[in-house]
Write a protein that binds this ligand. Structure first.
Ligand SMILES: Nc1nc2c(c(=O)[nH]1)N[C@H]1C(S)=C(S)[C@@H](COP(=O)(O)OP(=O)(O)OC[C@H]3O[C@@H](n4cnc5c(=O)[nH]c(N)nc54)[C@H](O)[C@@H]3O)O[C@H]1N2
Ligand SMILES: Nc1nc2c(c(=O)[nH]1)N[C@H]1C(S)=C(S)[C@@H](COP(=O)(O)OP(=O)(O)OC[C@H]3O[C@@H](n4cnc5c(=O)[nH]c(N)nc54)[C@H](O)[C@@H]3O)O[C@H]1N2
Ligand SMILES: [Mo]
Length: 690
């Protein structure tokens, strides 16, 4: 359900599911399951599920609906799409989706088959793709931690990440905990005393958004103290001398006032990471949510490269790529169509031809919907994204949605975003879909099968909806069955989908030191401390630190009026972004949005535990409930994201009350290569409610 990768056993009686539990045989989750998984029945059989296609009967956004049949809905959508394509061209149709769900790659395929370069998601520039990109630029492939072999990591550097709660992308927090039990040392870099920081050996409480400065100073220590792997660096990397020159002034004393971390602790962390072998890096999404995105990640990739613990047992490994790549069909889109993608002219690693998974730059798409510039975008087909909650600046997103000629939202629930649609389509939940998937994502050491065991109302799997639409639109390709594609993908494993259903999963034994045979998949065949690709594309080839545009240092006057630093969006253990607020078991655990404040700060503002307070930035204000904790610096606060209130009246469902993205920033400057906007490390003020 959450691109985590846990295996489950589902009990049924008379065709109805009665219990979901962890599968002890799962090679990844080994029987463990989080609260969200355990509450699955209340999700699948939730009375609030959309059961039939709906068409609006009132004005857009008024929340008046009537049921229609699938045929009526899909015919109406196809007719409208054809009209828009004729009048404005294919690129006037934008395709939207959310985080990497079961239909992620299929949605890209659908966009490509439709001939539009403009699909977008709230992740991409802000989630995961930047990590994959930085890793590819540096190592030629994504690095993941090796928890599954006989040798466990001796040291784990957790940075902007809380795997204990988030279990992302098949990199299980559960296995991270096993490593701890077996004696791994952990260093955590986080402005909050996160659940992971709390069980670490060393916690570096960083000023939000200054991660690259810390990484550069750790690199400096490792070089100056000769703690790097000399053999690896000289045989297998390029750009060491340029790197040494780049970090020349980045001493721990330089980094201390920038990062708020005492110089002595920086030295301690650098020594521990470089000398406790094997070491691996667990990097998280917090690094990807400011305009420093790519440089943060590059600095960490380079720092990790210096240890030499690459593709070795217990280190940073490359995957086995057991599953054939999904046929997204990018190659079938003409080069000039790629070049018309919104954002392609600026953000070459998000939207350009060289991006790993090219997508449109979301803020640019919303501007195009509103202004018609650089060209009109008239339709938005959303498959599983709560745009009004998960993108920065929901007021602008709403304005964009209102300007459209066609908005179709496919979802399980009537979210505030679905309420804005012309047509709403009922999506199948994760227990109602067929799929194969490789984990960890982009490493694919294990291939898992997902199989349909329930049917609620007329809900359909997203892929089936897109195939049906492609057929009605008579697209030249993209009309093949999902099963045919999956069977092709499974070909190297010598099984088909039906056989996979019996097996449940296939694990591929890990091979180490693969680069010794084939080199690294970079232009030089080596680890690129100095990135030749970034150089060629006109970006900084070496890691660098820059102060964020909205920060106490960059905007000292603004800081007087907004004297606190805001970070948003640490993932809740019981919710999935904006999902789950209507699931009783989960909502009981977290009933309200809780803003973390240091007691010292709370006292200064006359705030007590449990008070509802206002949080305000230059963009807007929201209210959340105060949770006092010493685990956050008095100069920083944290708000969770994704809060709406399904129980409140339609069509808004309390969308404007506690939504952290009312506070975030969708405008420039963006990360120059990835187009990332700023969701974290912003300036804010707080005050008690009257
Ligand atoms: N301020 C701030 N904003 C953030 C973040 C942050 O840290 N701070 N995090 C960002 C990150 S990392 C991400 S990835 C995005 C996530 O952004 P989204 O993906 O938009 O978030 P979700 O709320 O998980 O999912 C959106 C919708 O998908 C529906 N859904 C679930 N399963 C399916 C399905 O199988 N099919 C269909 N059609 N619909 C389905 C859910 O009901 C939900 O309404 O949010 C980003 N937004
Ligand atoms: N239960 C649950 N699991 C999920 C999700 C969910 O919504 N719920 N979402 C999934 C998705 S799409 C994603 S992307 C992953 C994300 O999962 P993670 O990568 O673990 O990321 P977050 O929980 O967003 O944030 C991790 C930590 O970053 C810290 N942080 C905030 N600002 C900064 C900063 O400036 N620097 C540093 N160094 N740290 C900072 C926060 O305090 C937090 O503890 O989780 C996935 N798993
Ligand atoms: Mo994400």
């Amino acid at each position: 359900m959450c691109h985590g990768g846990c295996g489950v056993l589902v009990h049924t009686q008379d065709g109805r599911m009665t219990r979901v539990e962890g599968d002890p045989d799962s090679p990844l989750s080994k029987g463990d399951l989080c609260a969200k998984g355990l509450a699955s029945l209340q999700h699948v059989y939730n009375p609030a599920r959309i059961q039939h296609p709906l068409i609006r009967t009132g004005e857009r956004g008024e929340g008046k609906w009537k049921n229609i049949s699938w045929d009526e809905a899909l015919d109406a959508i196809a007719a409208k799409i054809n009209k828009i394509r004729e009048e404005y061209g294919n690129e006037a149709i934008a395709i939207g989706q959310g985080t990497g769900r079961h239909h992620f790659a299929f949605t890209i395929r659908f966009a490509n088959a439709l001939g539009t370069p403009n699909w977008c998601a709230p992740g991409q520039a802000q989630c995961f793709l930047p990590r994959v990109t930085a890793s590819k630029l540096t190592f030629g492939d994504l690095i993941v931690c090796d928890y599954y072999g006989k040798t466990k990591p001796a040291c784990i550097l957790v940075w902007g990440h809380n795997p204990v709660h988030t279990n992302p992308d098949g990199e299980m927090g559960f296995r991270f905990l096993d490593a701890l039990k077996s004696g791994s040392k952990v260093i955590t870099v986080d402005p909050r005393l996160s659940e992971t920081a709390a069980i670490s050996d060393l916690w570096l409480q960083i000023r939000p958004g200054t991660d690259a400065a810390l990484a550069l100073s750790m690199i400096k220590v490792i070089i100056d103290e000769n703690l790097y792997d000399h053999r690896f660096v000289s045989s297998w990397t390029v750009g060491f001398e340029e790197l040494r020159e780049r970090v020349r002034n980045c001493t721990p004393q330089w980094a201390e006032p920038i990062t708020w971390i005492p110089a002595g602790k920086i030295v301690q962390a650098a020594r521990m990471f470089a000398t406790t072998k094997p070491a691996c890096l667990e990097w998280g999404v917090a690094l990807e949510q400011t305009p420093n995105c790519l440089q943060n990640l590059r600095a960490l990739a380079v720092l990790t490269a210096l240890t030499g613990d690459i593709d070795i047992p217990g280190g940073n490994i490359f995957g086995m790529h057991a599953l054939l790549h999904f046929p997204t069909g990018y190659d079938r889109l003409a080069p000039e169509v790629h070049d018309r993608r919104l954002g392609a002219d600026r953000f070459k690693l998000l939207s350009g031809r060289e991006a790993l998974v090219p997508s449109a730059h979301a803020p640019t798409v919303f501007r195009a919907m509103i202004t018609g510039e650089p060209y009109p975008v008239k339709a938005f087909l959303i498959f599983g994204n709560n745009a009004l909650l998960t993108y920065a600046n929901p007021r602008e997103v709403r304005q964009a949605l209102l300007a459209l000629d066609l908005l179709v939202v496919t979802d399980l629930y009537m979210t505030p975003t679905a309420e804005m649609a012309d047509i709403v389509l009922p999506a199948a939940s994760w227990l109602e879909v067929n799929l194969v998937r490789g984990y960890p994502l982009r490493a694919e050491n294990v291939v898992l099968v997902q199989q349909k065991i329930a049917q609620v109302g007329e809900a359909r799997q997203d892929q089936e909806i897109m195939i049906d639409l492609a057929r009605r639109l008579e697209l030249p390709w993209g009309t093949e069955s999902l099963e045919a594609i999956m069977n092709d993908q499974l070909d190297p494993l010598g099984v088909d989908f039906e056989q996979m259903k019996e097996k449940g999963f296939v694990s591929v034994p890990q091979k180490y030191l693969k680069y010794q045979d084939s080199g690294f998949a970079t232009p030089s065949g080596k680890v690129e401390l100095y990135s030749s690709v970034l150089d060629r594309l006109g970006y900084d080839p070496l890691p660098a630190y820059a102060e964020l545009p909205e920060s106490p240092v960059s905007e000292p006057e603004l800081y007087k009026e907004y004297p606190l630093i805001l970070t948003t969006g640490t993932k809740s253990p019981v919710f999935f972004h904006s999902e789950g607020r209507q699931i009783p078991y989960l909502r009981e655990i977290e009933a309200d949005p809780l803003v973390d404040i240091n007691p010292e700060t709370a006292e200064k503002y006359g705030i007590e535990e449990g008070n509802w307070i206002w949080i305000e930035t230059l963009r807007g204000k929201i209210r959340q409930k105060a949770r006092l904790t010493n685990g956050i610096d008095p100069r920083v606060i944290h708000t969770p994201h994704g809060w709406w209130f399904p129980e409140q009246s339609s069509p808004d469902h309390g969308l404007w009350q506690s939504n952290a993205n009312m506070l975030t920033r969708s405008g420039p400057p963006y990360d120059p290569a990835m187009g990332t906007c700023q969701l974290r490390a912003l300036l804010c003020k707080i005050y008690a409610e009257e």
